[in-house]
Design a binder for this molecule. Structure first.
Ligand code: NDP
Length: 600
């Protein structure tokens, strides 16, 4: 019978299930039958851990040292990271075996210790109150170590491990643990969207769905029952002239994005620690596009052509997105390891084609993903809206657009202009930081955004809607509230992430986490866990309401956004739970609802 490696009462390092976080734990028992150690964490949590999840304290530190030097040597395995769906457990006596399938292969390891704090919330760290809290925390820590029997009554939180000698925080230890077998690809368990089959299904379904939506929006009878099985003759879907216009539009924006106008900012650090530079001139591109469209209208260019040939514009954009995805997939073969996305390198061709293998594909300084996310589709959305406004007047013989059409144009112009004004903030979003650039984003940016987000204005061409003054006021108010929540929440979080010590943010209450970052737990972020999503949804509701209640089609965007944001929230929640462990649970306890207060 093999000897027991760790003895009862011994202090060892135990892995927190579902993460690569290790804590000091004490061995309680060992079960030879199941080969599991029962260990107790400093906060009193008991777990059963497999031997591979337990390390001796000295062995762990040596492993960490070794791994640190290895990480500097740019080991290829280091820069791969797969996403885990496993929540950090907080219940007593759960088994590490149950989380085995969900175990992440994170290469970044953060060594932390549990530090008791008197209060779970802290004020912003430049704040006097926080310093007092910290003093309280360290006193409580000392006391807890002296009086272990009081543990159950002490509340613990995660703090970054401090260097005892100078009181400075240690750098996060990035390491490859000896037992964390290098995993070159995502495991099938971590595949999203139903894996290869789901990806293939979506790639076939989404283009058909958009076609069906456009067909419904474009016809007089927009009821779902009126949709023919094969909506339009094949030849009406293609026009080389239109394809040329689409290419010219993309080229026009590519040139604008390369102009040496606007500041250059750094993106988030990549896996190799370096950052990419981005030129921020989206708002300028919007302005020049408005000038170009204005000039065209002044010179009697008939923009309603876009309405007449809308399906051809759609198929042209679809073809561009497919060709772009093929190009991206081929070029990703030569992408260095640190340039690959964690999500799109499963080894399954269809899945990787869909998710995108390369994180930030670039041709010299031209960042293809950033460009597609913010320029041709987003600004194209506004141009299409404007073309629909002109088409409504033309087809309905109106001297001025319907009030609904004006509201839709105004609201969506605000949304896009706001996004371009805050273009820099996109650099911290999941799409840029985490997602590869493949069919999913290429189709989303070049097809989905300009052709489904315009469904309300397209619908209004045949269904002009004049709203009463009360309705207009109510809808404008709803959009304004949504916008306020959306903007304030996003700006507050962005400013806090940029500089958590900003005196202007000292009013915020926060929860510290093991990573050194804190989570805002007051104001809008204390109201629901995703106030920015709530604001976005309120705006989407205002847009849909503008189109009245005669048909369901104009509510497509609202339903889509709801599904998208609920899914996105779940995805983000999983990532945050892995990233922040018990601190995230603390946040969830403090802020109960995710998006809709009282409901969800
Ligand atoms: P968020 O801006 O909400 O980003 C989530 C990240 O914020 C988390 O991973 C975490 O990252 C950080 N975070 C979460 N909670 C807190 C907290 N309490 N305190 C501090 N940081 C926190 O999500 P998205 O990037 O998905 O969305 C950004 C905006 O874009 C939203 O307004 C959304 O509505 C909009 N959007 C709109 C779409 C559309 O089609 N209309 C599509 C997608 C997004 P970390 O801690 O690492 O900083």
């Amino acid at each position: 019978m093999p000897a027991v490696r760790f003895q009862t009462g011994e202090t060892v390092m135990g892995r927190w299930p579902g993460s690569n976080l290790y804590y000091e734990v004490t061995v309680l028992t060992f079960d030879p039958k199941t080969q599991l150690y029962t260990v107790i964490y400093k906060d009193g949590t008991e777990l059963e851990l497999k031997e591979t999840d337990v390390k001796s304290v000295t062995g762990f530190k040596q492993g960490l040292g070794r791994s640190r030097s290895r990480s500097r040597s740019r080991s290829p395995a280091r820069s791969r990271r797969s996403r885990s769906r496993s929540p950090a457990r907080t219940t007593r006596r759960s088994s590490s075996r149950t989380s085995e399938a969900q175990r992440v292969k994170l290469k970044e390891v953060v060594q932390v210790r549990l530090t008791p704090v008197a209060m779970p919330l802290e004020n912003n760290s430049n704040n006097k109150q926080e310093k007092e809290d910290n003093n309280t925390a360290s006193k409580a820590n000392q006391k807890a170590e002296e009086e272990p029997e009081q543990k159950p009554t002490v509340r613990y939180n995660l703090r970054r491990r401090k260097d005892q000698s100078d009181g400075q925080p240690l750098e996060l230890a990035e390491a490859i643990l000896p037992q964390a077998a290098p995993q070159e690809t995502s495991t099938p368990a971590s595949l999203e969207c139903g894996g290869s089959f789901g990806a293939l299904f979506l790639m076939l379904l989404l283009p058909l769905l958009v076609l069906a939506l456009l067909t419904l929006c474009g016809q007089k009878d927009s009821s779902l029952l009126s949709l023919a099985l094969w909506p339009c003759p094949f030849h009406s879907l293609w026009d080389w002239h239109v394809f040329g216009i689409v290419l010219l539009w993309i080229l026009f924006h590519a040139v604008l994005s390369l102009l040496p106008i606007g500041k250059v900012v750094e993106g988030m650090p990549l896996k190799n620690g370096k950052t990419l530079k981005y030129r921020i001139n989206g708002f300028f591109a919007l302005f020049l596009s408005a000038v170009a469209v204005g000039t065209a209208v002044y010179n009697e260019v008939d923009l309603t052509y876009i309405h007449t040939r809308f399906l051809q514009f759609y198929t042209s954009a679809l073809l561009v997105s497919v060709l772009l995805s093929i190009y991206l997939f081929i070029r990703s073969r030569w992408a260095a390891d640190h340039e690959r996305s964690p999500a799109g390198n499963s080894g399954y061709v269809i899945y990787d084609f869909f998710m995108g293998r390369e994180l930030n594909p670039r041709i010299k300084n031209f960042d293809i993903k950033f460009f597609c996310e913010m320029r041709p589709g987003l600004i194209g959305w506004l141009v299409i809206n404007f073309a629909m406004l002109l088409a409504e007047m033309k087809h309905q013989n109106l001297a001025s657009p319907s009030s609904a059409m004006l509201l839709i144009n105004g609201f969506q112009l605000l949304w896009v202009a706001d996004g371009l004004w805050h273009e820099e903030k996109l650099l911290t979003m999941m799409d840029i930081v985490y997602d590869g650039f493949g069919f999913m984003l290429a189709f989303g940016d070049l097809v989905w955004v300009p052709f489904t987000f315009t469904c309300q204005s397209y619908y209004l061409v045949n269904h002009p809607n004049d709203l009463s003054e009360y309705w207009i006021i109510a809808i404008v108010l709803l959009n304004a509230i949504g916008y306020y929540i959306f903007r304030k929440a996003n700006s507050e979080k962005f400013a806090f992430r940029r500089n958590p010590h900003d005196p202007a943010l000292s009013y915020l209450k926060t929860i510290p986490t093991a990573t050194g970052k804190s989570l805002i737990v007051s104001g809008l972020w204390g109201f629901v866990r995703h106030p920015n999503y709530l604001g976005d949804l309120l705006m989407a509701l205002a847009w849909s309401l503008s189109c009245g209640f005669n048909h369901a089609v104009p509510y497509f965007y609202l339903v889509y956004l709801l599904v998208l944001l609920v899914h996105r929230e779940a995805r983000d929640e999983q990532q945050c739970r892995v990233k922040y462990g018990p601190a995230w649970d603390e946040y969830c306890r403090a802020v109960r609802y995710r998006i809709l207060p009282g409901l969800y």
